[in-house]
Structures are given as structure tokens and as C-alpha cells.
Design a protein around this ligand. Sequence first.
Ligand code: HEM
Length: 477
Amino acid sequence: LSPLLTPNPLPGPLYARLTSLVLKYHEFTATRTAYIHTLHLRYGPVVRVAPNEVAFASAAAVKEIYCSNGSGYDKTEWYDLFKVYDRRTMFTTLGKSEHAKRKRVLADRYANSNIMKGGIMEGIKERARTFRDLCEKRGKEAVDLYVILHAYAFDCVTLHLFHPHSTNSLTDPKDSEIMLEVTFDSSLQNRLLSHYSPLLHKLLNSFLSHILHLKPRETPLADNFVLNTALQTATFPFTLLHRLHHDLPPSASASLDQTDKAAECLDHMAAGIDTTGDALCFLIWELSQPSSMQYQRRLQEELRRPADDNTPIEKLPYLDAVVMEGLRMFPAIPMSLPRYCPKEGRKIDGYEIPGGTIVSCQAYSVQRLGHGGVFPEPERFWAERWLRSEGETQEEFEERDRERRRHFFAFSQGGRGCIGKHLALAEMKCLLREVYSRFTTLPDPGMRVEEMEMADLLVSSRPAGQRCLVRFEKLES
Ligand code: HEM
């Protein structure tokens, strides 16, 4: 993009044509998502946010950027920030063909049919019961959901990756230490500086770490846990590790060494902790508010029907609506997923975008702004929007539902969308079922509203206060 004038000037603030400093300021202060959303509210679904960067917030742009030719445009070097053991994983490959090769090898372990198999579902349910028992034991004392939900997500993802070498951080303090190390990461500014200015980062490294306490990402416990566990060859057939050790096609077997396998596992483990943990945390917090008590009651009704104890989770429509609405309002990865516009340039959402421009959509905005009122009253938590409303025919409902799902971007879309989606949904639903078939949840009066505001990390966001105190009141049996 030319810095000042283009024949088809893009909407956006004037300064964004000249400098990326304002955008970077918001990245460094963990407010990028909210800043871009404010720009969308002001300028519409297409906004230039920096001289070479444009943000979009429409279903048409999602389709073009993330789904054209299957997996959309190539990723930018932003993803170098997520390299593991200095290797590229499926998530950090930039180009399409390299990504497709890796995905072919791993995808079957994440298929819904594999997740719904006895081994994984039983394991998830068992962990949800452990979670429930811990909450029950606290009696009238508040539970810090932020920590305990990260523990639950950690134990579920390691089940899928490594069982029987999975963790038990909900009850074992040694495993809990690994989870806490990953969860309370505070490396945002240090990592951003290393990305934008490696030289400055090198010069200031010890000042940043020791004086400003802006540490690099260091997770020695998690690194060692995965390096050691990934050597295990006796694992359950449903695990990713089993696939990596025993079921790889010969071509993939030759190209993946032990470090690649460990890197892939560590990446998936990290991808599965904060995301599912925070999505559940924001959702339970919302359901606990007085304004959402009606949704909590309706959910309890569905889950407490006697016959429903054995109903498969995918057959509980209100539970599904609550989870969808939670992920719409509080997507754990709410931020821009940056891609390069292909070199010949493309027309996106009515604008000619030159090749090499960084383009992106962010779930937070796509799921609020939807054209044509696809999400009426977008700031209101309203689970019923996902259900057929009174007076609506089945055809009308299906058409509206298709439109809503075109605007559902919490797991991204296309070939590079979340591979762990079915696992995450199963974890979320099993946990909510255990909680709301037995308890009412209420916010602890000691919590301040600001503590649950969104604080950005590199792509995911977490509650700013890094705690979420909730009380569990037992329902009459
Ligand atoms: C509510 C929970 C989750 C949400 C909202 C979520 C969201 C996402 C999103 C938006 C992406 C695309 C990121 C990008 O393009 O930069 C992604 C990718 C990915 N997710 Fe998830 N995720 C969740 C849970 C999980 C879980 C449980 C796993 C399990 C291992 C997982 C593994 C991955 C992996 C490996 C990728 C990279 C896929 C690829 O590049 O092909 N995610 N996720």
C-alpha cells in the first residue's frame, strides 16, 4: 500500500497511513483487540490499521482470506514467535503446501469420530467429575476458576496427546506446577520486542528482564515434561503420540525426527490449555452474573432432566446454544490472525488490496458486527439466538443459522482453522454438564469488574486479573 494516497483510499484514521506506532502501542499494552474493534465501530468492516495492514470484519472477508483455495492466504512471519524447540510445527508453517503435508499426518486424531471414542470421552468425563468434586469440597468458599479450569484443560489435552502418560494437575501438585508455569506467562512485551527489533531486544535484554521484569517466555518444566513424555512409545491408540510413533505414513516418518514430534506435541499442549481454560472461565463468569441467571436456570433444567444423564453431549440443544454464545462473545482467540495478500493482489470486501499487504479478521469483531443484523444486540449474552425462535419456520431458522455460522470465527475457518475444535467442544460441554446439573454458580463479591476485562497476549486473551472467584451452591437433588 502506498503510505499516503491510494486510488481507492481505505477507511481508517489518517495516522494509520503514515505509521504503525499506534497499533504497536496497543500491542505492547495488551489492548490490540479492543483498539481494532473501536476502529471497526467507527470506520466500518474494512479499516486500514497501519501503512501495510488492513483489518476486515465481514463473512465475505473471512471466506476470501481464510478459505480461498481451501486454506486461504499464507501466514506472516508473526507466527515465527511461536516456534517450538526452534522448529516449525503445523501451526507455525507459513506456506500452504508445507502446512497441508503436516496436517495430513496429524488430522485423524482430531476428527470428531476419534474424540467421541470411548477412551477420550471417558477420560474427559472423569476429569470433569474431579473438577466437580473439587468445587464441592470448597463448600461456601470461593473457587479460583482461572487456575482450576487451566488445570482441567491441561489434564484433558495431555490425555489426548499422551495417555496413559497424561497429567493430573487438578489434584497432583507436581503436575500443577507445570500448568502454573504455562498459565502465568508474562512474556508479551519481551517477545514483541524480539519480533519487531531483534537488535534492540539483544541490547536491552537484561534491562527488560531484571529491571522492568519483562521476561522472555521460559517454560522449562513444560519443555522437559514434553521432551521426556514424547519418547514414550506405549500409549493408547487414540493419542497423538501413538500416531507419531506407530501410524505415520513412511514419507512422513522419514521427515519427522524426535524433536519435531516433541515440538508438535508441545505446540498442541500449549494450544489446548489457555484457549479452552479461558473460554470456560469467561463463560462461567458470564453465566454467574445476575443478568444471566435466566440462562443458567434454563441450562440446569435441560441438564437435570432424569433421562438426560446418559444423553450424548451433542444431543443437548441448550447446552450447545450456551457454548456457541460463550464462544461468540468471549472467543479465547479474539485477535487478528495475520495473512499476506497474495502477490498479484486481491479484491477483498470491495477493496483492491495490493499483494504483500497484511490482512486479517478478528473473531471479536466478526462475531459482533455481522452484516444485516445477524447478531442483534451483539453485546448481550443471549443463548436463545442460536435456537429456533417462536413463529420461525424450519427453513427460516436454517437460513439464519447458516448466516450465523458464516460469521462464527472463534475457531477460525478453512484448512488452517482450529484442529482441536472437537476436543475443545467436548471438554467444554462435559464440564458445563457436571457443573450445572449440580450447582448454581455465583460471582464472589471480592471480584472487581476490571479483573475480568480482556487482556491480550500474542493471539489469545485472558482475564486481566488472572483470577476468577466464583461460588458454587449445591442444587437440591
Ligand atoms: C475453545 C478452545 C479453542 C479455541 C477458541 C481455539 C481457536 C483456534 C484458532 C482461532 C486457531 C487458528 C489460529 C491462527 O490461524 O492463528 C486455532 C488453531 C489451532 N488450534 Fe485451537 N482453539 C481451541 C482449542 C484447541 C485445543 C483443545 C487444541 C488441542 C490440541 C487446539 C489446537 C490447535 C492447533 C494445533 C492449531 C493450529 C492448526 C493449524 O495450523 O492447522 N486448539 N485454534
